[in-house]
Design a protein around this ligand. Structure first.
Ligand code: FAD
Length: 469
């Protein structure tokens, strides 16, 4: 029997795809990578995943795990050899258990993030991971990229939200680590090896995730600030005043907002005058009513308008207004995509360094590339910026020629991030996009340790080849 018929015998004929059905799975969300694969299989259970992986291990077939395919580094796109088997986890989409007293939910890896959030919500709980891609991305993908999003400053990355994992190892063995424990000092913390591994060490099939009490009230505000320095000073003041009640603090440049207003329907600037920077800030509480929380925020804002940290601001008064404000932030990536080609960076720096980085970097890039548009926005509360660069607006090819400068621009941005002890991948991972680049910045000893781990767990190098390492 051929490999295809053997694999189809495991998952069922209609879940072993080739030809036209396979094509959309071979291209990444940004449309930057196009690969080839022998076939795509869609197993329905952990045992089927294990049987597929064991078969591939025995016949030395490379495997590429794919979740919602919303990753931004080409991690879920196979290489061009056409040897790989793409393994899609979407049918592992069951909520296996919700333990209300333990504040945990156990889910299959193919469950979308919004399904997990809805299940938590139905039990009057919160699963706080929040990404603009949550309707499509899957928990297995979130775990494998250690996704961040807009509430990390309060609840942490996916890693901090995870208590246990179930993983199919590269030889097909199943590791059942589905423990819902907050304390477990029984040796190495293996789950943390697989979180953020981008499918290079095994296939995550299930997870135990932490739940939190649902806030009873939430206030969202749009604040214009005169400088990035004012934004970071305001962050510190907000944290001092609201503590754990501060659940989001997003920085948005005027260029980023401008793209949204140009390309996304029904969006308008919430304040009247132009402002170089704005903040989208969210305060949540389990005790205060909306009214009380809103008044606390208003008093706080008055003080900071007086001190010059805020030039103008709006507090959302309804769920619709809240969604309208969030749409301005969540549509930046989409608007930038519609504007044309761009060169993207997902960087992390100590929060205190952000203003200096922004001014140094703008000075350098604007000198070398006159007219370059700096689309800087992101999770300022975590020191994480999406530092994206768009072509000067006059280009007729939507910026295709601008991509010729990618290598030089990447190096300039990443060198400066490295000088400030930052990271060149805050939340999107390495995938194939930054696989070479990381060698320039990561400690060689750290790289050797990563290679040693990969060799131990996946000696044949079959798991997601060409990604991360
Ligand atoms: C509009 C938009 C907004 C976004 N916003 C954010 C954001 O705010 N924060 C953020 O962190 N990311 C963000 N992302 C990126 C992306 O959504 C996340 O990286 C997400 O976690 C990827 O999940 P996925 O299921 O789509 O994974 P995929 O793209 O399918 O895969 C990502 C990687 O994980 C591996 N993988 C997938 N499933 C498994 C599995 N079960 N076992 C082992 N390996 C697996 C793949 O091989 C690949 O290497 C955004 C993306 C878009 C398109």
């Amino acid at each position: 029997m051929s490999h295809l018929s053997e694999l189809a015998a495991i998952v069922g004929n209609s879940y072993c795809l080739q030809g036209d059905e396979l094509q959309p799975l071979l291209i990444d969300w940004r449309g930057r990578y196009q690969g080839k694969a022998r076939c795509a299989v869609k197993p329905a259970t952990t045992s089927e995943v294990a049987a597929v992986v064991r078969y591939c291990y025995q016949h030395q077939l490379p495997l590429v795990p794919q979740g919602g395919n919303t990753g931004l580094c080409g991690g879920a796109t196979p290489n061009e050899s056409g040897d790989s088997v793409l393994i899609c986890l979407e049918r592992l989409n069951t909520i296996r258990n919700l333990d209300s007293a333990n504040h945990t939910i156990t889910v299959g890896a193919g469950t979308t993030l919004s399904q997990v959030k809805a299940a938590a919500n139905a039990a009057n709980k919160l699963f706080p991971l929040s990404l603009a891609s949550e309707g499509s991305c899957q928990i297995g993908g979130n775990l494998s990229t250690n996704a961040g999003g807009v509430q990390v400053l309060r609840y942490g990355n996916t890693r901090e939200l995870t208590l246990g994992l179930e993983v199919v190892l590269p030889n097909g063995d199943i590791w059942n680590g589905l423990r819902g424990l907050r304390k477990d000092n029984t040796g190495y913390d293996l789950k943390n090896l697989f979180i953020g591994a981008e499918g290079t060490l095994g296939i995550i099939t299930g997870a135990v995730l932490k739940l939190f009490p649902k806030p009873t009230s939430q206030v969202t505000a749009w604040l214009d600030v005169p400088t990035a320095t004012a934004a970071i000073e305001l962050l510190a003041a907000t944290q001092t005043c609201f503590g754990d009640n501060l659940t989001a603090f997003e920085l948005i440049s005027d260029v980023s907002l401008g793209l949204v207003l140009t390309h996304i329907a029904n969006c308008r600037k919430p304040t009247s005058a132009p402002s170089p920077w704005s903040i989208l800030c969210e305060i949540s509480s389990q005790q205060d009513s909306f009214q009380t929380l809103s008044e606390r925020l208003e008093n706080f804002l008055d003080t900071h308008i007086d001190s010059g940290h805020i030039t103008d601001g709006v507090i959302a008064q309804s769920e619709l207004q809240t969604q309208t404000l969030w749409a301005l932030r969540e549509n930046i990536s989409e608007a930038q995509k519609r504007e044309g080609f761009s060169i993207k960076h997902d960087i992390a720096l100590p929060v205190s360094v952000l203003p200096l980085f922004l001014s140094e970097m703008a000075h350098e890039l604007e000198n070398v590339y006159p007219g370059i548009r700096i689309v800087a926005f992101g999770h300022a509360g975590d020191g994480n910026l999406h530092y994206n660069l768009s072509h000067p607006g006059d280009s007729s090819d939507k910026g295709l020629c601008f991509l010729a400068h990618q290598h030089d621009i990447n190096q300039r941005v990443h060198d400066r991030v490295s000088q400030h002890n930052g990271s060149i991948s805050a939340e999107h991972g390495l995938g194939q996009l930054k696989r070479e680049e990381i060698r320039r910045y990561k400690d060689p000893v750290e790289m050797q340790l990563m290679e040693a781990i990969k060799k131990t767990l996946d000696p044949q190098g079959l798991m997601n080849p060409g990604k991360v390492l």
